[in-house]
Each structure stands twice: as structure tokens, then as C-alpha cells.
Design a protein around this ligand. Sequence first.
Ligand SMILES: NC(=O)c1ccc[n+]([C@@H]2O[C@H](COP(=O)([O-])OP(=O)(O)OC[C@H]3O[C@@H](n4cnc5c(N)ncnc54)[C@H](OP(=O)(O)O)[C@@H]3O)[C@@H](O)[C@H]2O)c1
Length: 129
Amino acid sequence: MATVELRGRRILLTGASRGIGTHVALALAQGGAKLVLTARSAEALGAIAARCEAAGAEGVTTIRADLLDADDRGRVLAEAGELDVLINNAGVEYTKRLLAQSDAEVERQLALNLHVPIELSRRVLPGML
Ligand SMILES: NC(=O)c1ccc[n+]([C@@H]2O[C@H](COP(=O)([O-])OP(=O)(O)OC[C@H]3O[C@@H](n4cnc5c(N)ncnc54)[C@H](OP(=O)(O)O)[C@@H]3O)[C@@H](O)[C@H]2O)c1
């Protein structure tokens, strides 16, 4: 199985404030990555950043941002700088039946789960390639 060297790699992880994102952040920290963690909840980001530093991350930057806001997306990428890895983890899911979901809820899921990851990937890929 191929392994990925994490030590010193600069990695942007979205949705780092809770759920799966915190576990991914800690696993990357244990590998010695340089982490850029983003989400909307500043307090939760600070808490996971402290745990990542204690776990061995080479450096941790937190950026409070709403990825549904175009200005915030631009700011995240500008502050993140050159990246080795992008992990599009932020997402939203409404577990209601499809017909019970409002137009706004459907749009929010498509935007955060599909359009934002595609946009972020397209914007960081040139620097990676
Ligand atoms: N859990 C599962 O069983 C499962 C299964 C399949 C796929 N997934 C996918 O895996 C990912 C993580 O799932 P999870 O269960 O860990 O979800 P979660 O606990 O709901 O966490 C979602 C993360 O996304 C961030 N987020 C939500 N809206 C945001 C916004 N507008 N801007 C920036 N960040 C935002 C949240 O942070 P803030 O609220 O602080 O912004 C949080 O860190 C999601 O993409 C989900 O669709 C999960």
C-alpha cells in the first residue's frame, strides 16, 4: 500500500472544528504536518489547534471562515498560501426526506458539498501542479 509522507506538508483542512474533521486533523498532526484549519466556529478551531500542536503538528494556523461566502473563500486561500494538500471535508447534510427539504436547504447542500470543493480544488491545483 502506498504511503504519504506528511511531515512538513502544508495541508488545508476544511470543516476542522468538529466531527470527522477533528479526527483527520489529529491524525495529520501526529504525522508532523503543517496544518491550516478552517471552519466558522473560532472557539472550536482554537481547541482543536491546541490539541494538534500537542500531538506533533509542525505548525497550526486557524482561519475562521464561512465557505459559502466568496470573500471568505478568497481569504482562506490567500492566508493558506502554497499548499501540498487540500482536504475538502466541510459539508452539510439534511437528513429529512427530499420533498421535505426547502429550496434553500437543497441549494446549501449543493453549494457546500459540491460547488465549494470544486472551486477550492480548481484554485489550488495550479500551485500544486
Ligand atoms: N458523518 C458521516 O457519517 C458522513 C458520511 C458520509 C460523508 N460525510 C461527509 O464528511 C464530512 C464531515 O462530516 P461530519 O459528520 O464530520 O460533519 P459535521 O460534524 O456536521 O461537521 C461539518 C464540518 O463542516 C463545517 N462547516 C459546515 N458548514 C460550513 C460553512 N458554511 N463554512 C465552513 N465550514 C462549514 C463545520 O464547522 P462549523 O460549523 O464550525 O463551520 C464542521 O467542522 C461532510 O462533508 C459530510 O457530508 C459524513
